[in-house]
Design a protein around this ligand. Sequence first.
Ligand SMILES: O=c1[nH]c(=O)c2[nH]c(=O)[nH]c2[nH]1
Length: 322
Amino acid sequence: MSALAYLSSARYGKDAVRVFRVVRERSTHTVVEYNVKVLLEGNIDISYTKADNSVIVATDSIKNITYYLAKVSPHILIPERFAVHLGTHIVSKYAHIHKAFVDIEQLRWSRIVVGKDGKPQPHPHSFFRDGEEKRTVKVQIDGTAGKDKIQAHVSAGINDLLVLKSTGSSFTSFIRDEYTLLKEVDDRIFSTSVDLNYTFAPINISPPRDEKKLDIVIPALDQAKSGSVWDSTVLDRARTVTLEVFAEDESASVQATLYKMAEKIIAENADIQTVSYALPNKHYIPVDMSYMGLDNITPAKAEVFQPVAAPSGFITATVSRK
Ligand SMILES: O=c1[nH]c(=O)c2[nH]c(=O)[nH]c2[nH]1
């Protein structure tokens, strides 16, 4: 026992719960694969400070609840909805658990397109891993104000969307001093792995006690207000903005392109409050061939590049609605 120390914060749960779900509608199947993290906060101090496990919902049970809802939740195919359902279910069920933090990473299974009678047809039950990009959702379910006044803080986005443009990017007029080696360039390769996260204003989730009542709170897909948490097209539109601005901007810097992407997402989605990007600058360095008598350095003549994994620039920002 120490009079010098106290438990100032505690959160626990299960990480990397891998779940795959198939939804069958006659012969057409839809599949999702998620990596789920569920962490809990509440009156759990004595499990740390007094070795008293009576307040612990076992992390194994947390995993089992995740699988249970993956089986019974009508919201399983949309990660924002599933995360809210899962977190609300736990906070509603356990009186002493006040907050649930549910993070979902969705892997990309896209339908294989097969030629039938000369026409490309989406296959009803065959899929391929469509790149390393992930759709991400982070939900905080907050029952601190009472189990009938639960709030959900939802954010969503993309991780690991790898992009590159071979021109339309410059970097000039930066600080030049005794540490500056970098040449100004009016034309360079710009490549980054996009991490995007946007947040919605908190939403009220009530009444939560019966999990079926969540259907009252979560509107049907075709009833969801455009640009709101429940509008499942927000992610695709934010992804399209990211790709289009990246492609079409005459980039003065990663910073300037990032800001334009974020501004546009805020302008297009009324309920989005903040947009954050983390953009590593994946450098492609022209190989110096002057010793062979070849010009591969002048931007217009640079054709052979060395991709440099590290170090990379790392440009981040959050843009918020005024
Ligand atoms: O777009 C860029 N932003 C920077 O801050 C930076 N720094 C650097 O060396 N190259 C670049 N490129």
